[in-house]
Design a protein around this ligand. Structure first.
Ligand SMILES: Cc1ncc(COP(=O)(O)O)c(C=O)c1O
Length: 481
């Protein structure tokens, strides 16, 4: 026992202002088809994607506390910043619509070279549908600046007579959102006891860290020993781990309950994170297809798909009596923003071309790179793995890697086993990335010596593909452009 009285923690939580729009606890369902395939373990899903508002998701629980405070402060306008396909932003717009508040959202460019669909469909379309005012911020990795621009906007709105409330992004603010998942831990604990389940491992996406930290902290407040595995969706685990530690400490401070979460209790995996935020590897797409076709669950490539990939990977090494729960944190509208990637994934599935290796470390990346190409050295830059030598550059997380030769380009990234290639110019401006079309969509007889002339950045590319890939392409009547 940790000497904490769970009831007194609950009383403190419930003393915070809260605006509750959902009615019931979300269900915990047995994943019968997936469990059958992994006969050593029992698998469950917590359906937080069914939180009843604007397509649901984990952020509903977090927003209960933010909107509670906003209402208490008599705000009539709410502001939030996030990625273009942010679910937090979409749900804030939905919440504001329900409460008759004005909503201003700032969309940050976090994903290089986004498609038109990414920029306009999925959550973006829903933001507009919920009547939010859209603003744009061209940077995607500057949380402090994103927040400060939001505050400037809030100042302007205030000068116009509105009463604004800002939901902050950067670390260091009071972890109100995380309280939603401290409460969720209580809900889960009660459901587990009522249903007499033996869940001993939980998988959850770890982005801002509010969900992961709140859940972990809440379970420990209850004296539960369930292992919580956070799956990195926003940054590598070396950077995410201190974030979770700080979030847990901030929760202790906010609630005035001194629970120290030991470092070895903060479990993170970034095995499915690569190539980076908002871009999914083949393995992640495969996991999305598996969940859809086995359990009729819809996942997204940015959050839940990555969590699912790590979850499925874990099952290969699970202990016989493991009972593992996947928290479905929602994000479902995001799938529509990635229509062509999903179509590619389904095509690949038809080709039975799934890579079966999950990348986990630079050493592993290098081993894979060596296996599939002539690359001998890899280095890391801004969370990504690149091949050295100026010949070719491979994004980790995607295997097998066909050999790609590129002329006159210092940095190249490759996003797809059949050859989506993007260029990162020597000055490393992330926004200058340019994607070449998939080699798979070229006529088979153009493989091998395809010459791409492209006027973006005045670069010329010469791309060659290994014979095994060409053979596969030829035998499968790929779409021509
Ligand atoms: C669908 C989904 N899952 C998981 C996460 C990660 O949650 P958190 O930011 O609380 O770590 C997010 C964050 O936006 C999300 O939208």
């Amino acid at each position: 026992m940790n000497g904490i009285d769970p009831q007194s923690v609950l009383n403190k939580l419930l003393a915070f202002p809260r605006c509750v729009l959902k009615s019931e606890p979300t269900s915990i369902d047995f994943l019968s088809n997936l469990s059958r395939q992994h006969d050593r373990v029992k698998l469950y899903v917590k359906r937080d994607d069914c939180n009843d508002l604007g397509f649901g998701g984990n952020k509903v629980r977090q927003l209960e506390f933010y909107f509670g405070e906003a209402i208490e402060k008599k705000a009539n306008t709410v502001l939030i910043t996030g990625a273009v396909q942010s679910n937090f932003v979409r749900l804030t717009a939905a919440y504001a619509a329900r409460l008759g508040m004005q909503c201003h959202i700032q969309l940050e460019s976090r994903v290089s070279n986004p498609s038109e669909t990414y920029k306009t469909s999925g959550n973006v379309l829903l933001n507009r549908l919920f009547g939010a005012n859209l603003h744009y911020f061209s940077e995607g990795e500057n949380e402090i600046e994103a927040d400060s621009r939001l505050r400037i906007l809030a100042g302007k709105l205030e000068a116009e007579g509105r009463a604004p409330y800002v939901i902050p992004l950067a670390p260091g603010h009071r972890p109100l959102g995380a309280l939603g998942y401290v409460l969720a831990a209580y809900e889960i604990d009660q459901q587990i006891r009522e249903k007499k389940l033996s869940i001993n491992v939980i998988f959850v996406g770890s982005g801002s860290g509010s969900t992961h930290a709140g859940l972990l902290w809440g379970l420990r407040a209850l004296g539960s020993k369930i292992k919580v595995i956070g799956v990195c969706v926003r940054r590598r685990k070396e950077m995410q781990s201190p974030r979770i530690r700080n979030r847990c400490r901030e929760i202790s401070t906010l609630l005035g309950v001194p629970i120290e979460i030991p470092d070895d209790d903060i479990i993170l995996t970034d095995e499915s994170f690569a190539p980076g935020y908002g871009v999914a590897s083949s393995r992640v797409w495969k996991s999305i297809v598996v969940f859809a076709q086995q359990e009729a669950l819809v996942l997204d490539p940015t959050y839940t798909g990555k969590t699912a990939a790590a979850f499925l990977n874990y099952l290969e090494r699970a202990a016989p009596d493991d009972n593992v729960m996947f928290i479905h944190t929602g994000g479902t509208p995001g799938i529509f923003a990635y229509q062509s990637e999903l179509e590619n994934a389904l095509e690949e599935q038809a080709l039975d071309n799934w890579p079966d290796t999950a990348l986990s470390s630079p050493a592993h990346d290098l081993a894979v790179a060596k296996k599939y190409s002539n690359i001998q050295q890899l280095h890391h830059y801004q969370d990504r793995t690149y091949a050295d030598g100026g010949v070719c550059n491979i994004e980790c997380g995607i295997v097998p890697i066909p050999k790609v030769y590129v002329n006159k380009v210092d940095y190249m990234t490759m996003n797809h086993p059949v050859g989506n290639v993007s260029q990162r110019p020597a000055n490393n401006q992330p926004n200058c990335c340019h994607r070449l079309t998939a080699l798979a969509s070229k006529k088979p007889n153009t493989y091998g010596k395809q010459q791409y002339n492209d006027n973006i950045g005045d670069q010329e590319y010469r791309v060659g593909v290994e014979p095994w890939l060409r053979k596969q392409a030829e035998s499968n009547a790929l779409i021509e452009d």
